[in-house]
Design a protein around this ligand. Structure first.
Ligand SMILES: [Zn+2]
Length: 201
């Protein structure tokens, strides 16, 4: 009792406020790490700020900095988002995202804002833009859900097309003459007989 339990109570009261305030956490995604919603996020909500040192392209040593977390504000200013505290750097690209980057060049700030209602557990993502897509994602193939769905559909269509071609070829072979058809049957019959015989012995 007394002062020590009082301290503990106040710590407990403070802790959840500082740790669970954020509606997101870093977690495993299929391409590495990603940012995931831990609470429902309403469409239009500012989720997180993308931040880091501001680089000035007119200063040669700043212009030379190169990493995949650079966020260009305009021709002159770029945010270097590679700093550890910038959790927004974990947000992956999607071609059909649930968030967007709200870029404010004058304030030199970028916020990530929900453009859909996001459910707990859902990965948060935004469109990195065409320049990034062309430079980094197109060469290796974009792995966002939308692109994977598209690829799956294309594969299924290709499979269906191959099956169609094969069926057509088989119909043609049948029409070609009874000779080739009976020859095929014989071979098949022998093959099956042989297999069944071996299995029994
Ligand atoms: Zn994609």
């Amino acid at each position: 009792m007394g002062s020590s339990s009082l301290v503990r109570v106040s710590v407990l009261l403070i802790m959840p406020a500082t740790t669970s305030n954020k509606p997101y956490r870093v977690g495993r995604s299929k391409t590495g790490l990603g940012l995931f919603a831990t609470k429902p996020i309403k469409k239009g909500t500012r989720i997180i700020r993308y931040f880091g040192p501001i680089l000035d392209s007119r200063i040669p040593e700043q212009d030379e900095i190169e990493n995949k977390y650079l966020f260009e504000l305009n021709g002159r200013w770029t945010i270097d988002g590679s700093v550890r505290k910038n959790l927004a750097r974990y947000i992956n690209h999607s071609c059909r995202p649930n968030a967007e980057s709200d870029v404010r060049p004058r304030e030199r700030k970028v916020y990530i804002r929900a453009i859909k209602n996001i459910e707990p557990g859902e990965e948060i993502n935004y469109d990195y833009g065409t320049d990034y897509f062309k430079a980094y994602l197109k060469p290796i193939g974009c792995r966002c859900d939308s692109c994977e769905r598209k690829r799956k559909k294309l594969r299924a269509e290709a499979r269906a097309e191959r099956a169609k071609v094969k069926a057509r070829a088989e119909r043609k072979a049948k029409k070609a003459g009874p000779k080739s058809a009976t020859a095929k049957k014989k071979v098949n019959g022998k093959h099956f007989a042989g297999k069944a015989g071996r299995a029994r012995s």
